[in-house]
Design a protein around this ligand. Sequence first.
Ligand SMILES: C[S@@+](CC[C@H](N)C(=O)[O-])C[C@H]1O[C@@H](n2cnc3c(N)ncnc32)[C@H](O)[C@@H]1O
Length: 297
Amino acid sequence: MSVRQDTIFQQFLVPLFENVLVDPEALKQFKHSINWEEESTRLTNPRLTYPDYYHSQNFHGIKGGYLNSEAPVSYDPITQYVLPPAEPIVRQGLIDRIRVKPRRILDLGCGTGSTTLRLKQAFPEAEVIGVDLSPYMLVVAELKAKKAGLKIQFHHANAEETGFPDASFDLVSASLLFHETPPDVAQTITQESFRLLQAGGEMIVLDGNQQTLRQTEWLTEIFEEPYIKAYAAASLNAWMTQAGFAQVQTDDWWWVHQISQGIKPIVKNTSTSTRSQTQVSYNKPEIDSSAGRPAPA
Ligand SMILES: C[S@@+](CC[C@H](N)C(=O)[O-])C[C@H]1O[C@@H](n2cnc3c(N)ncnc32)[C@H](O)[C@@H]1O
């Protein structure tokens, strides 16, 4: 599949990145500093089958999407410029909104690990695992964690079907994943997150602001993002509610981003003399009342 040349990214931003913002020599050096064949093979799960939506499309104007070394080499240098007002602020918004005190965290579609590393820094006692479909992205994630001295596990897995046991995490996160999946896949990932969480656990998602994207079409045309229009037309709140989450909310974050979160309710069976009732409640002791709530701009 050829790369679309009509996107704002290809027409205006690629020349800007190539000539001004990104140092091509540094990228080349980084690319040649890694034995991609060896490292990606080491991280590849041979039992994994790539879903059609993933390997049949280009993402961000990169031929073959994430299944090559070009994707992780350029991802961080470019991403730092495309998350207004600034990448650290945007990612920290997810961390600051976490309401639980997690002991086991799963970061879905972790990519090069930029949010995964922040999760480990915010919750150093927690076991943190990142999963991604691209072994190439995982190579860079692992390298970044090692450089930062952070113990994080990275697995080559599909977020739709991770293979982890039921109720084995108390926080599941995803940043910038859902706008890159067709809506039915996003729904499956949301259901998988619900399955993976203990009662009282939290799902939190940082991604493009669906309302803003619906109202501002050019934003969906910037990059070659095959599923972004379908993502914009849908509702993360609805996906999470349908999956069974309670206390679901989506907050605007700097106009172009949103942070969605929900809690897996605790279902209690209470028997009375006449009938059995089911009550839904929430795991209050683990909620961190000091979690920051910065106001969107
Ligand atoms: C835009 S990147 C986001 C990476 C990272 N979370 C971040 O915030 O920078 C999207 C990532 O999702 C991964 N991805 C897409 N579909 C996936 C799936 N079904 N399971 C796991 N990873 C997936 C891609 O390989 C890519 O690394």
